[in-house]
Ligand binder design. Structure first.
Ligand code: ATP
Length: 245
């Protein structure tokens, strides 16, 4: 569903130095995977997600979404995926419904489907009665729910989330898990970054840990964590970078 091959991305740091945020990364997210992507602050998770989402140009490597190469068909890749960043930027002056309609139009969702999908997802997140309100009046968690609905509305095959569980109330967390399960059941996949390791351990079947932009371990959750916890494995493998990157 997602293949990241030898991905590298560097930023210009202070005094003209170059900082390699992602360094030769290889990952393979298969259909049906709920794939957790973990690493310290500054390890390169958001940079990776943004490269895959097409919102950040990368220096080297290849990205394939559902077999479609980003280099050859970026629009085709974007049609198949959705990305929710950790701090979604929405349009405060629009009502939530107008925003969802706008996103649905961008993704060319059939108008018959828009209403029922909006009702389904907004009902699930319990914001159906707030869709007529301007987004500027929404709380942080409500904005997060709205961004998730906007991501789900075109039924992406690949859903990418940056820190999805921070700020969601417990009911919304359970609802999101349900929506994630539905994507998985229809052969899609979820690739998400998180610092909440007990949640990752509970819901992911696969996991990758990166450190300084490089993959240090990747695989089946049960194999990676063995008979200890994901937290223990993470702390052990990243011990020497406890001060970040
Ligand atoms: P966090 O868990 O804190 O969100 P992350 O793993 O998502 O961290 P990134 O945001 O990908 O990490 O950052 C990776 C590295 O790239 C960091 O060292 C960061 O300082 C650097 N970086 C990120 N964005 C930029 C930028 N626009 N310009 C320069 N350096 C950047």
């Amino acid at each position: 569903m997602l293949e990241i091959k030898n991905l590298s991305k560097a930023y210009k740091a202070a005094k003209g130095q170059i900082h390699k945020a992602v360094d030769g990364l290889n990952l393979h997210v298969k259909p049906g995977d709920i794939y957790g992507f973990i690493g310290h602050n500054g390890a390169g998770k958001t940079t990776t997600l943004r490269c895959v989402a097409g919102s950040l140009a990368f220096d080297e490597g290849e990205i394939l979404v559902d077999g479609v190469s980003f280099a050859n068909d970026p629009i085709g890749c974007k049609r198949r995926m959705a990305y929710v960043q950790d701090n979604p930027e929405l349009y405060d002056n629009l009502t939530a419904y107008k925003y969802l309609k706008f996103i649905a139009d961008v993704y060319q969702v059939h108008s018959d489907a828009v209403k029922s999908r909006v009702e389904y997802f907004a009902g699930g997140f319990e914001i159906l009665d707030k869709l007529g309100d301007p987004i500027g009046s929404y709380s942080h968690g409500m904005k997060q729910k709205l961004a998730l609905i906007a991501a789900l509305i075109h039924e992406p095959k690949l859903l990418m989330l940056d820190e999805p569980f921070v700020g969601l109330d417990p009911k919304a967390y359970v609802t999101l898990r349900g929506f994630i399960g539905e994507i998985r059941e229809r052969g899609g996949a979820i690739f998400f970054s998180t610092h909440v390791l007990d949640v990752a351990e509970k819901i992911c079947n696969r996991v990758a840990i990166i450190k300084n932009g490089k993959l240090i371990i990747e695989g089946d959750m049960q194999t990676v964590k063995g008979d200890t916890s994901l937290e223990n494995v993470f702390l052990e493998l990243t011990e020497d970078t406890a001060n970040g990157d």
